[in-house]
Design a protein around this ligand. Structure first.
Ligand code: NAP
Length: 349
């Protein structure tokens, strides 16, 4: 018997879709991704990008406060290690993701810890093949595999991830470690300007490191960076090395000139990457319509439908604009409601 709905992906979009689908008696099956070394290196482990961050201060409903008692009561014993790690006020990314997963399984969501490697959307029921070889059929599919931030690919950058290196200023920028200290933003697009502008509220100085002599950002955004007295744009430069030590984390960056000037070190306590994101859509190539940047295309305004009838998309896999946990959760909810209505109209539910 085909599944009613399969959800591929396990970030806020996937779990919210699962919570809604389970409560609508769709008995959802979630493929949450595989916990492999390959996925770790690529930044595509189960539980998504939030699982790679520290404090989450902007997800409504989790104000500062000691959540350890709540975590202990809400999570299975197997996840009480999160309570032991819980040191900060409020909620961390991993805690939030484990809470969402638990909420979905509480309502009967079944979970398989594997990647979907191949899909056949040529006719219903759809056929999906997992990396481990499982073949599953489903009447409806919700794609929620998210996106991953691009990094420079330096070994030293990897070493200081979550210890000064971040790809999300909105998530991490307000942390106490970054306050009133110099920070580096890498990139010259709208995101880099937005991040630099945001960080300038907390930092003493924000160095924008851009590899060319002209920003890619739109004129109005570029002007915002140029006009901001706390932002210093370092033109024609690239980060060659992230500097730091085990006790303090990141302490600066080594900059290489792209026009032949000598290398120089800049002191900073944080480096924020804003050099674009890559959606996790390789397994969907040629199967569903995508945008130029390989994001899944939403084909109906204010709905989560894709170009394939019965296949829906939620979260960052289809959104290169907002990219927030709360917006992913929002479209996750929408996708489950869209799938439920679609299944009802087909008399499959
Ligand atoms: P983007 O426009 O693709 O810009 C990426 C930037 O990173 C570019 O400046 C690029 O340099 C640089 N870069 C890429 N790879 C690099 C590398 N390996 N080393 C050093 N630098 C590297 O990406 P985005 O800024 O994330 O924007 C994505 C889309 O969202 C855009 O369409 C943007 O307009 C939109 N957006 C809009 C707003 C807004 O309107 N408020 C805010 C954020 C994003 P080069 O310039 O040399 O290629």
């Amino acid at each position: 018997m085909p599944e009613k709905v399969i959800i591929v992906g396990s970030g806020p979009a996937g779990w919210t879709a699962a919570i809604y689908a389970a409560r609508a008696n769709l008995e959802p099956l979630v493929y949450e991704g595989a916990a492999t070394e390959e996925n770790r290196v690529a930044g595509t482990l189960p539980l998504g990008q939030l699982n790679l961050t520290t404090e989450v201060e902007n997800f409504p409903g989790f104000p500062a406060g000691d959540l350890s008692g709540f975590l202990k009561s809400a999570l299975d014993e197997g996840n009480h290690w999160l309570v032991d790690l819980h040191q900060q006020e409020g909620c961390s990314g991993p805690e939030l993701m484990h809470l969402m997963r638990k909420q979905a399984t509480n309502f009967g969501t079944r979970v398989v810890t594997d990647d979907i490697a191949e899909v056949d959307f040529s006719g219903g029921p759809f056929r999906l093949t997992a990396a481990g070889g499982d073949q599953i059929e489903a009447h409806a599919v919700i794609l929620a595999t998210g996106a991953r931030a691009n990094y420079l690919g330096l070994e030293s950058e990897e070493k200081y991830k979550n210890n000064g290196v971040s790809a999300c200023a909105v998530c991490d920028g307000a942390l106490p470690r970054f306050r009133e200290k110099p920070l580096v933003v890498v990139g010259g697009g709208d995101s880099a300007v937005e991040e630099a502008d945001y960080l300038s509220k907390f930092a003493s100085t924000v160095y924008m490191v851009h590899r060319r002599e002209e920003l890619r950002a739109s004129k109005i955004m570029a002007q915002r960076a140029i006009n901001n007295p706390k932002i210093e744009i370092l033109w024609n430069t690239q980060v060659a090395e992230v500097l730091g030590n085990d006790s303090t984390g990141l302490t600066g960056v080594r900059l290489q000139s792209s026009v032949g000037e000598p290398d120089r070190d800049v002191e900073a306590v944080g480096m924020f990457l804003a050099i674009g994101h890559t959606p996790n859509t390789r397994f969907l190539e040629g199967k569903v319509e995508m945008t130029e940047k390989q994001y899944v295309k939403w084909t109906v305004p204010f709905r989560t439908n894709t170009s394939v009838d019965g296949v829906f998309a939620a979260g960052d896999v289809a959104d290169d604009n907002y990219r927030q946990a709360i917006t992913a959760a929002g479209t996750g909810c929408m996708s489950a409601l869209d799938a439920e209505r679609w299944l009802g109209a087909q008399r499959l539910h």
